[in-house]
Design a protein around this ligand. Structure first.
Ligand SMILES: Nc1ncnc2c1ncn2[C@@H]1O[C@H](COP(=O)(O)OP(=O)(O)O)[C@@H](O)[C@H]1O
Ligand SMILES: O=P(O)(O)OC[C@H](O)CO
Length: 497
C-alpha cells in the first residue's frame, strides 16, 4: 500500500481534489470553478451535474499532476460545502432541481411561518440550529412543494435527498450507497444531535418522507467503493465531513477548548466542547464537530457570512485594490486618527445577530476618508465579527478560557496585517499553521487513518506545525475604544435595533 490519500473538497465556488502522499504532504492538486446561478433576488443555485463533472475532472487532474494512478490511492475522503442540498431520482441518478445553496434565502417565509407557530425552540432543542433559511431542511421542503409530483414520488421511495457529500457518494458508487456523515446531517435542521438520528417529529412538521434520507455514518467509516470505470481502478471512500468540520479535524482541534476559524468567503469558527452538548444562550449554533468510533464530539459554532467577501468588495465593488493581497498594505496606510467602521451586512448578519434584513453600512467618514480607511475598515470588520463570536462563546461555555488560542486557515489568513489585527482585537493569540489546506487534510486524515495508512489522532495532532503566532500588541484602552465604536456601528445597522 502506497499511503496516498485523495481528498475531494467540494466548496461553494470551486471543487478541488488534492492527493496527499504517505507523509501527508500534497502530491498533486486539481481545481475547477463552476457557475453560480442566481435565478431571483436572494436565491443561489448550483447545477449538480456541473459539480459532478468538476469532481471527475479534478480527481483526474490531481492524479495526473502527481504522476499517479487510481491504484496508488488507498482511500478517498470527501468534504463539502454544507447545507446545500440536492434531490435526485433513485433510478436514474438525475437531480429533479438544481441544488439549493446554503446562502439561498428563499425559505425565509417558511422559517418565519414556523417561528410564528412557536416552533423555533423545538427545532433548536433537537438540532442545535435556528429557524434560518441557511439550513437544508426547509430547502428540501421547498423542492418537494414546488417540483410537480415530487412529494408523492418521494413518499414512494423514488426520490433521494442529501447534502452534496451524499449526492457524490451515490454517483461515485454507481448508485449503491446512500449515506452521509453525522456532521453534514447536523446541518440539515431535521437531525437530532442528541440521539444521533433523523427526527420523525421535525420530518413530519416539514412533511419530508424519511425514506428519501441517507444513512448517517461516522466521519471515518465505510462509504462504499468508486465504480472502476470512473478513475481506472476502484477506490474505497472511507472519510466524510462537512468542510468546516474537516478543517477542525485538519487543525487537530481534538481537545475541548480548542478552536479554529476559517477565513474564506465567509468565516466559520468552531470551538470543540468535547462530549458536552452546549446549548447557546447567545445565538451560536450547537453542532457535531465530528463522530468517530460511534463517539460524538460537539462544537459551538459561529458563522459569519462576509469575511474575504469584504475584500472582494474592495476589489470588485468599490475598486480600491486590484488584487486581494493589496488590501493589507493599503490598510496599513490608513490614518490612525480616523475611526471608520464597515459593518458588512451585505446579505444580513449571521451569528450572533441572525438579522437577515440588516444591510451593510459604513460609519465615521470624514472629508479625509479614502481608500486606505475603507480597506482598514473592511479587514477590521472581520476581526470585530470574530471577537463577537468569541465573546458569545466565552459566555456560553465555561471551558473557554482567557487563554483560548485561535487556529486559523482559509485564503484570507495570507494577510499578515489582518492576522495581527485579529490578535489585537481578540486579545488572544492567533496561530497560523504551515499547512493551510486544512479542510482537505482533515478529510484525507479521516480516510487515511481509517485505511490504516495514516497515523491515529494523537500522532496526527503532533504533526500540526505552527508557521507563525500573532500575539496581541494593542493597548487595552485603544482596544476598548475601538470595540465600543464597532458595537455602536452594529447597533445602528441592525434592522430592529
Ligand atoms: N492576501 C489576502 N488578503 C486578504 N484577503 C485575501 C487574501 N488572499 C485571499 N483573500 C480572500 O480570501 C478569500 C478566498 O479564500 P478561500 O479560502 O479560497 O475561500 P472560499 O473557499 O470560500 O472560496 C477571498 O474572498 C479573497 O478575497
Ligand atoms: O464552501 P465554503 O468554504 O464557502 O464553506 C461553506 C460552508 O460550509 C457553509 O456552511
Amino acid at each position: 500500500m502506497t499511503g496516498f490519500v485523495l481528498a475531494i473538497d467540494q466548496g461553494t465556488t470551486s471543487t478541488r481534489a488534492i492527493l496527499f502522499d504517505k507523509d501527508m504532504k500534497v502530491a498533486g492538486t486539481g481545481q475547477k470553478e463552476f457557475t453560480q446561478h442566481y435565478p431571483a433576488s436572494g436565491w443561489v443555485e448550483h447545477d449538480p451535474e456541473d459539480i459532478w463533472a468538476g469532481v471527475l475532472a479534478t480527481v483526474k487532474a490531481a492524479l495526473k499532476v502527481a504522476g499517479r494512478t487510481a491504484s496508488d490511492v488507498a482511500a478517498i475522503g470527501i468534504t463539502n460545502q454544507r447545507e446545500t442540498v440536492v434531490i435526485w431520482d433513485r433510478a436514474t441518478g438525475k437531480p429533479i432541481h438544481n441544488a439549493i445553496v446554503w446562502q439561498d434565502r428563499r425559505t425565509a417565509p417558511l422559517c418565519q411561518k414556523l417561528k410564528t407557530q412557536g416552533l423555533e425552540k423545538k427545532f433548536t432543542r433537537k438540532t442545535g440550529l435556528l429557524l434560518d433559511p441557511y439550513f437544508s431542511g426547509t430547502k428540501i421542503a421547498w423542492m418537494l412543494d414546488k417540483v410537480k409530483g415530487a412529494r408523492k414520488r418521494a413518499g414512494k421511495g423514488e426520490l433521494l435527498a442529501g447534502t452534496i457529500d451524499s449526492f457524490l457518494i451515490w454517483r461515485l458508487t454507481g448508485g449503491k450507497v446512500h449515506a452521509t456523515d453525522a456532521t453534514n446531517a447536523s446541518r440539515t435542521l431535521i437531525y437530532n444531535i442528541e440521539n444521533n438520528a433523523w427526527d420523525d417529529e421535525l420530518l413530519a412538521i416539514l412533511n419530508i418522507p424519511a425514506k428519501m434520507l441517507p444513512e448517517v455514518k461516522d466521519c471515518a467509516d465505510d462509504y462504499g467503493i468508486t465504480e472502476k470505470n470512473l478513475f481506472g481502478a476502484e477506490i474505497r471512500i472511507l472519510g466524510v465531513a462537512g468542510d468546516q468540520h474537516a478543517a477542525t479535524i485538519g487543525q487537530a482541534c481534538f481537545e475541548p477548548g480548542m478552536m479554529k476559524s476559517t477565513y474564506g468567503t465567509g468565516c466559520f469558527a468552531l470551538l470543540n466542547t468535547g462530549s458536552d452538548l452546549v446549548r447557546s444562550k447567545n445565538r451560536l449554533l450547537t453542532t457535531i464537530a465530528y463522530r468517530l468510533n460511534g463517539k460524538t464530539t460537539y462544537a459551538l459554532e459561529g458563522s459569519i457570512f462576509i469575511a474575504g467577501a469584504a475584500v472582494q468588495w474592495l476589489r470588485d465593488g468599490i475598486k480600491v485594490i486590484g488584487k486581494a493581497e493589496q488590501s493589507g498594505k493599503l490598510a496599513e496606510e490608513a490614518d490612525p486618527t480616523q475611526n471608520v467602521y464597515l459593518v458588512p451586512a451585505f446579505v444580513g448578519l449571521g451569528a450572533p445577530h441572525w438579522d437577515a434584513d440588516a444591510r451593510g453600512a459604513i460609519f465615521g467618514l470624514t472629508r479625509n476618508s479614502g481608500p486606505a480607511e475603507f480597506a482598514r475598515a473592511a479587514l477590521e470588520s472581520v476581526a470585530y465579527q470574530t471577537r463577537d463570536l468569541l465573546d458569545a462563546m466565552r459566555k456560553d461555555w465555561k471551558g473557554t478560557s482567557a487563554k483560548t488560542v485561535l487556529r486559523v486557515d482559509g485564503g484570507m489568513v495570507a494577510s499578515d496585517w489582518t492576522m495581527q489585527r485579529l490578535a489585537d482585537i481578540l486579545d488572544a493569540p492567533v496561530d497560523r499553521p504551515t499547512i493551510l489546506e486544512t479542510t482537505a487534510l482533515g478529510a484525507a486524515w479521516l480516510a487515511g487513518s481509517k485505511a490504516g495508512v495514516w497515523p491515529k489522532a494523537k500522532e496526527f495532532a503532533r504533526s500540526w506545525a505552527l508557521e507563525r503566532r500573532f500575539r496581541p500588541q494593542m493597548d487595552t484602552s485603544t482596544r476598548s475604544v475601538k470595540l465600543a465604536g464597532w458595537r455602536d456601528a452594529v447597533r445602528r445597522t441592525l434592522s430592529a435595533p
